[in-house]
Ligand binder design. Structure first.
Ligand code: PLP
Length: 397
């Protein structure tokens, strides 16, 4: 592609960090042994995996080390989706007499579609707890829904569309009070806000490499020590029999490195992203009439900005932004292609006239304020032009 790209779609996926890419390289042509092999050549690769496991554990505050000194509460997966599915699958297998799953209406499809499958295919009761207009969870409804029949509560840490952060520690307490497991999808939160297994008391935490500058196709799942874990993917003895399949070594090494970078830079990056995002939103609000910022104003992931522009289509805005090399998304990447507003915006009760014109800008450490200022410069004429030809705009005046 020619021309400069302004990449503001980091909740969809991120650029692999150069340091991560560098850390991965020896594991393609140099250290290519199978980590399960008895020979030392394979053993050195197994050691690299254990190092990555420790790096992931350190990001997630998983302090337990087994007799070999390994962070065995972490298993590697192929993606965030696998982590989410695995956690729910394991909880249901561990508490077979319980038939209910409690989740939220704004989860990623990695949780929602799996729960729908379990409801239609296996007869589980699935309750999806609603949110308010800022995307905050209805905690009273959650408390009422979790009962002695509930095997697992699955609630995300930070929302991929609006960035709204859920009170995971309180949710964990509600689940545990009824003897249910608690899983949190921290795919968008890990590396952006502190995610600490010990503090939040989660039983399972899923993360995904490609959201934090590691490659696509690798993820990790924290499984609290002592939980009887039934694997979703059965095969060899890898990952202490918790996830069959020869390990994706280079990507695992990359995920470890990405977690280490994210952990050491967490505070600085949080401030950097939040400062840029807040300035960007303030400038947009000043430059364009009738827009709204979605999500919890107090408790939001620092780099996520979901903006609704009334009376126009998000897809048209995206196409015009694309002409300037600006990459953003409407709703979540997974719902792109559908003209229905996303399930998250619908759950929040955002009026259709605004939900249709919603754009998600998502930042990373590689963005600059100059890039955001460029968007602020190009966006007002785009919105004005689209509103001029929108029949809804005239009607709404
Ligand atoms: N959970 C959330 C909150 C996400 O945003 C995503 C991806 O967009 C996923 C899960 C799925 O992750 P993966 O693409 O690694 O399967």
């Amino acid at each position: 592609m020619n021309g400069k790209i302004i990449y503001l779609d980091n909740n969809a996926t991120t650029r692999v960090a150069p340091e991560v890419f560098e850390a991965m390289q020896p594991y393609f042509c140099e250290f290519y042994g199978n980590p399960s092999s008895i020979h030392r050549f394979g053993g050195s690769v197994a050691a690299a995996i254990e190092n990555a496991r420790r790096q992931v554990a350190e990001l997630l505050g998983a302090v337990y080390r087994d007799r070999e000194g390994n962070a065995s509460e972490i298993i590697f997966t192929s993606c965030g989706t696998e982590g989410d599915n695995s956690a729910i699958n394991a909880a249901l297998a561990a508490l077979p007499e319980r038939r209910k799953i409690v989740t939220t209406a704004v989860e990623h499809p990695a949780v929602l579609h799996y729960c729908d499958e379990l409801a239609s295919g296996k007869g589980y009761i699935v309750e999806k707890i609603g949110v308010d207009s800022c995307g905050r969870l209805d905690m009273a409804a959650l408390k009422a829904a979790v009962d002695d029949n509930t095997a697992i509560v699955s609630a995300m840490w930070g929302n991929n569309e609006t960035g709204t952060i859920f009170p995971v520690k309180e949710i964990a307490a509600i689940a545990h009070a009824k003897g249910a497991y608690f899983h949190t999808d921290a795919v968008q939160a890990a590396g952006k806000v502190p995610v600490n297994a010990a503090e939040c008391d989660a039983d399972f935490i899923a993360i995904s490499g490609h959201k934090l500058h590691a490659p696509k196709g690798v993820g990790a799942l924290y499984i609290r020590r002592g939980i009887p874990f039934v694997p979703l993917i059965c095969g060899g003895h890898q990952e202490k029999m918790r996830r069959g399949g020869t390990e994706n070594v280079a990507s695992i090494v990359g995920l470890g490195k990405a977690c280490e970078i994210a952990r050491t830079a967490l505070e600085t990056e949080y401030t950097q992203l939040k400062t840029m995002r807040d300035a960007f939103e303030a400038k947009l609000l000043a430059a364009i009439p009738r827009i709204r910022i979605n999500g919890d104003p107090e408790n939001r992931l620092p780099g996520t900005s979901s903006v609704s522009f009334e009376c126009i289509e998000g897809e048209s805005i995206l196409m015009l932004l694309d002409m300037f090399g600006i990459c953003a998304s409407s709703g979540s990447a997974c719902t792109t292609g559908s003209l229905e507003p996303s399930h998250v915006l619908r759950a929040m009760g955002i009026p259709y006239s605004a939900a249709h014109g919603t754009i998600r800008f998502s930042l990373s450490r590689y963005n600059t304020m100059e890039e955001l200022d460029f968007v602020v410069e190009k966006l007002p004429p785009i919105i004005a032009r689209l509103r001029e030809i929108s029949p809804y705009w005239e009607e709404s005046k």
